[in-house]
Design a protein around this ligand. Sequence first.
Ligand code: ADP
Length: 286
Amino acid sequence: MSKARNGKPVHSRVMTKYLFEQNLNFPDGHHHADRQVKMQCRDVSFWYGKKQALDRVNLDLYDREVTAFIGPSGCGKSTMLRCLNRTNEILPGTRLEGTITLDGQDIYDPALDPTEVRRRFGWVAQKPNPFPSSIFDNIAYGPRIRGMARDGDELRDGVRSCLERVGMWEEVKDRLSEPGTDLSGGQQQRLCIARAIAYEPDVILMDEPCSALDPHATDLIEQLIGELKTDFTIVIITHNLRQAAQVAQRTGFFHLGELVEIGDTETLFNAPDDRRCRDYIGGRYG
Ligand code: ADP
């Protein structure tokens, strides 16, 4: 068994080849001794009718860290994401067992209003989905319906700061009244991220946010994710292992509804414990 850069054993030549040929840059900032748990899942199982999609998942999401979910298609990653913000239960015939907490509070507590729970989450979809309205209104929508701005000036400042946050202000400041759907795909996705952060969520959930984007737009979103984690806890589903290595402090591998393994991204990539995870990272199936 050989040793990887961090001194951890590498289990297969395939993986060693993968890691070194990809020239992965793991993000800084893992192993925070003082990191706080933001969300906790304990023994979470989920069913669509008779079909079980998650099997006793135990998961901690740390505050202001990026956690990536990887694994083959159909293994429960999106289901897990939608259990975190209570959007799965909208479908009839679904059932959840186990507990999920946010800041220590059980988000499935029957006393809570599910709509209020959902508002604590931002959602970024696979395909950019701006509202059919202006760039300005896409972002102003959340603060408006939630009464977050006292007046027009405050609303405009808020919109500007969200656009600055996603690095788009200079690109769009002179055409804020144009439709959001006229922007390029990458800009639309950054607009959607700006719209998500305008709600001031606690956690941002991203379901393969770059799968419809070109490499340059993907780079910009990846950089942005790195910047956003100073304020938000982020979960990202990705089929792109390079992306997980690039943006995520922690990575979890799902297989057939189980969270088989989760850990610091670098450790998981260099020395996964589970054979299925090793095979996936080694590119033997996907
Ligand atoms: P992934 O995100 O890893 O591709 P999913 O969470 O989408 O996996 O799917 C997990 C399992 O749940 C799959 O077997 C899928 O067919 C099933 N599933 C997902 N959504 C639904 C649904 N709305 N109704 C019934 N089964 C579903």
